[in-house]
Design a binder for this molecule. Structure first.
Ligand code: ATR
Length: 274
């Protein structure tokens, strides 16, 4: 029987992870089955326990369960502990091992797929929620010239910066405090677009040649990427590449095989093209 994996979230119906992992399995010859499972908002732990007891080998975790998955894990990878969130669970010998491949996925998309090396770059991270927290340490590990966090609630942004200050110096503040600053890379990790709102980005935020990166994706340019273009960003990229790269890293955690991501990303891009 094929090894079983699943992604748990709420909602989950539109998850692309089953298609991505099916493509990885086909390309590598790994014998596995991967499905999308809806967990009740107050029933995540029970859903995971049931899946593991039924022989599940591992699971991905998405909104809104990543912090709970972290608490549920008996052991954590260093990157999951730093993120305080888990998107990849492995069930082994009655234990749950928690890992987080989101930040690695983002960095790999930036550096490998988009050919945007991070060393020496000035990076601005917008947002201070779970999505932002998950990528701070991997971004710092890529040795940028600076990392600045801007958040609507500036105190929350500053608290996030303080919690990573032992890795490398980083700064934080409000959106208003961005006036007069410019960056080579601006990453949107807020959920503003879900609320139908635009971020208050000042003129001059994007340095010449700057890349705007939205961790969200959808059909066509996201609201953030449209806004970034009007503010002078030279390039834009959505989070589809990060989605595929975090999946590839999870596949590696589980199977010890690194699938090729380019064909899978190209196929997803084709499906999403308007
Ligand atoms: P996630 O896990 O996706 O990061 P979250 O923890 O709820 O979700 O965080 C959402 C992030 O989007 C936060 O940084 C939030 O800013 P606040 O901390 O000030 O709430 C940000 N956000 C949500 N709606 C926003 C809006 N309309 N404008 C600016 N930032 C917004």
């Amino acid at each position: 029987m094929s090894d079983r994996y699943a992604v748990f979230g709420n909602p989950i119906a539109h998850s692309r992870s089953p298609a991505i992992h099916a493509a990885f399995a086909a390309a590598t010859g790994e014998d596995l089955r991967y499905e999308a499972l809806l967990a009740p908002v107050d029933g995540f732990a029970a859903a995971i326990a049931q899946f593991a007891a039924a022989g599940g080998r591992g699971a991905n975790v998405t909104v809104p369960f990543k912090e709970e998955a972290c608490r549920l894990s008996h052991r954590l990878s260093e990157r999951a502990a730093q993120a305080g969130a888990v998107n990849t669970l492995t069930f082994r010998d009655g234990e749950i091992f928690g890992d987080n491949t989101d930040g690695t996925g983002l960095v790999r998309d930036l550096v490998d797929n988009l050919a945007f090396p991070l060393a020496g770059r000035r990076i601005l991270l917008l947002g201070a929620g779970g999505a932002a927290r998950g990528v701070v340490a991997p971004l710092l590990a890529a040795r940028p010239a600076s990392l600045h966090i801007a958040n609507r609630n500036a105190d929350k942004g500053r608290a996030l910066a303080v919690s990573f200050a032992d890795i490398a110096p980083l700064t934080a503040g409000s959106f208003a405090e961005l006036a007069g600053k410019s960056f080579d890379l601006v990453i949107n990790a807020t959920s503003a677009s879900l609320a139908g709102e635009n971020l208050p980005l000042p003129d001059g935020l994007f340095a010449p040649g700057a890349l705007a990166y939205d961790m969200m994706y959808g059909q066509g340019a996201t609201p953030f990427l449209q806004l970034a273009r009007t503010r002078g960003a030279a390039r834009g990229a959505d989070g589809l590449g990060m989605l595929v790269e975090q999946a590839a890293e999870a596949f590696y955690v589980w199977r010890g095989r690194r699938p090729e991501t380019a064909p899978v990303l190209a196929e997803l891009r084709r499906q999403l093209s308007p």
